[in-house]
Design a protein around this ligand. Structure first.
Ligand SMILES: *Cc1c(COP(=O)(O)O)cnc(C)c1O
Length: 234
């Protein structure tokens, strides 16, 4: 077995154990494999080990990789999620090539994605990225602006607003990790209480998956625990 398939198996086992510890059904937590900085061969290995959903942060890297993976596995359809910062001149290619976008934090970007989503495709699934720790340097809508933004984009016809995503401030303390994830869960409930149905909490990475699952994550985004250490930042 390859290292990637060993790692995937270990992550799946951890995910299931974390879910059961939290009294949750592991089937309700999706595993997104974050393949940024790794090549098409790494994605192919993960696919052979049963993985179908992949997250990418950089558009050009992602498009090149999709093409290379498709050439190697022409009969396999994968689900690609865009999870990185979005520049407005990149929205068309994102709308045309991805199933999900987790990093929507401005109305203008949402409107462009909606307009540019091709007619024949199902609506683009989106999550609002929330700057849950209110860090000056981070992307994401501030928690206090999330509800008005959700209201404005919930009816865009090219989009299907699914939920919220966050990357909390880095901490090794499980209690600090849980506090941030708990705030995101409450924010989702507040938005739902205003009549906007949401089914997704995209939260939890390699270093804080356990805390995220304990607080209700429905999609964990795992990179290094599957593919290994990245050799450049982010
Ligand atoms: C890189 C990245 C991940 C994966 O991080 P790991 O710590 O390698 O698991 C998840 N979410 C986002 C938004 C990322 O940029």
């Amino acid at each position: 077995m390859s290292l990637i398939s060993d790692n995937l198996q270990a992550v799946r086992a951890d995910l299931a154990a974390d879910a059961l510890n939290a009294g949750r059904d592991p089937q309700h937590i999706n595993l997104l494999a974050v393949s940024k900085t790794f090549g098409a061969d790494a994605v192919v290995e993960a696919v052979r080990a049963g993985q179908h959903c992949f997250g990418e942060n950089y558009l050009q890297e992602a498009l090149d990789k999709m093409q290379a993976v498709h050439a190697l596995l022409p009969d396999v359809t994968l689900e690609w999620h865009f999870i990185g910062p979005i520049q407005s001149n990149k929205t068309r290619q994102i709308a045309e090539n991805f199933s999900w976008v987790h990093s929507v934090d401005r109305e203008k970007i949402a409107a462009r994605l909606s307009e540019q989503r091709p007619e024949g495709m199902p609506p683009l699934n989106v999550c609002l990225q929330v700057n849950i720790s209110a860090e000056a340097s981070k992307s994401g809508v501030l928690p206090s602006d999330a509800l008005p933004l959700a209201k404005r984009i919930a009816n865009l016809k090219g989009l299907h607003l699914r939920g919220l995503m966050a990357v909390p401030e880095a901490s090794e303390d499980p209690l600090v990790q849980r506090a941030a994830f708990s705030r995101l869960r409450e924010l989702k409930q507040q938005i739902e209480a205003q009549g906007i149905p949401l089914d997704t909490l995209s939260m939890g990475m390699s270093g804080d998956m356990n805390a995220a699952i304990a607080e209700g994550s429905t999609m964990v985004r795992i990179g290094s625990a599957i593919f290994g250490k990245r050799t450049y930042a982010t």
